[in-house]
Design a protein around this ligand. Structure first.
Ligand SMILES: C[S@@+](CC[C@H](N)C(=O)[O-])C[C@H]1O[C@@H](n2cnc3c(N)ncnc32)[C@H](O)[C@@H]1O
Length: 249
């Protein structure tokens, strides 16, 4: 499915904007991942952009994981997939408590009797609670399942829980974490301290201040420690407009 037809269907649904969707769409066309995984799909917007690019390539699949409560999203992922007609590229999984339990089952299903885990994914997108503990562990588990040369990408590189205090989100518990953890973007902590310091990751890049990418390499390969941080003029304009309009996606 071409990008503009996909964006016409998805543009008004949170949380992946067409500009972010285009980054995923182009990544899939460029690297041709056969097996993709999205952790935290919400309404399924990014899943649909990835599935649309897979359909263009006429191969591949994406497994999308979220919590049971995502069934009650309006629209939910099934409804969006009915509109895009991309169902055949997507496998939906819902967990009671966390995608980390899904990852446990995937590791079990892909491990031999000597506990060697065979990596199966070419692209893993982590977009859940943006929490050091949950997402740091999700990276540890995902790494076992990501193939060499595959990519891992995190959303919300610069997002911190403090935004919830700032936006006066009802029911937010300000004692959930230390104040220091509330104010620091937890995904940035995971990315710099776990991903960038891991011997098997390289080619780090941050796109539009929000997506943090790293490629898995063979540990003997030369690691590229520098990282690229790109925010396009278009992104900066959209970001400013979203702030003015108070739109979160
Ligand atoms: C920002 S939304 C994801 C947006 C989505 N990637 C997109 O393309 O629009 C975050 C999602 O993560 C899910 N989530 C949060 N914590 C989770 C966990 N521990 N396990 C599974 N899903 C989780 C939430 O239910 C929510 O739907």
């Amino acid at each position: 499915m071409n990008f503009s037809d996909t964006a016409n269907i998805l543009a008004l649904t949170p949380y992946t904007s067409p500009s972010k969707g285009k980054i995923f769409y182009d990544h899939v066309l460029k690297y041709k991942p056969k097996k993709c995984l999205e952790l935290g799909f919400a309404h399924g917007v990014a899943t649909n952009y990835i599935a649309a690019a897979l359909q263009e390539l006429n191969t591949g699949s994406i497994t999308a994981v979220d919590l049971i409560k995502s069934k009650y999203e309006k629209p939910n992922i099934e409804e969006l997939l009915e509109k895009t007609k991309l169902n055949k590229y997507v496998l939906i999984k819902r967990e009671v408590q966390s995608y980390n339990w899904f990852l446990n089952k995937e590791i079990e299903n892909n491990s031999d009797s000597s506990y060697n885990c065979k990596p199966i994914y070419d692209l893993i997108f982590i977009d859940g609670p943006k929490d050091w503990t949950i997402d740091g562990f999700a990276f540890f588990l995902s790494d076992k399942l990501l193939k060499i040369n595959g990519w891992i990408v995190f959303d919300d590189y610069m997002w911190s829980d403090y935004e919830k205090i700032d936006q006066k989100v009802p029911d937010y518990n300000p004692n959930k974490f230390d104040y220091d953890q509330i104010t620091k973007p937890n995904i940035k902590e995971v990315f710099h301290k776990l991903v960038m310091q891991h011997p098997n990751y390289s080619n780090f890049k941050i796109t539009d201040d929000t997506l943090a990418w790293a490629q898995k390499i063979d540990g003997n390969q030369k690691k590229i420690l520098s990282f690229e941080s790109k925010a396009s003029f278009k992104y900066k304009m959209i970001h400013t407009l979203k702030k003015i309009l108070g739109r979160k996606y």
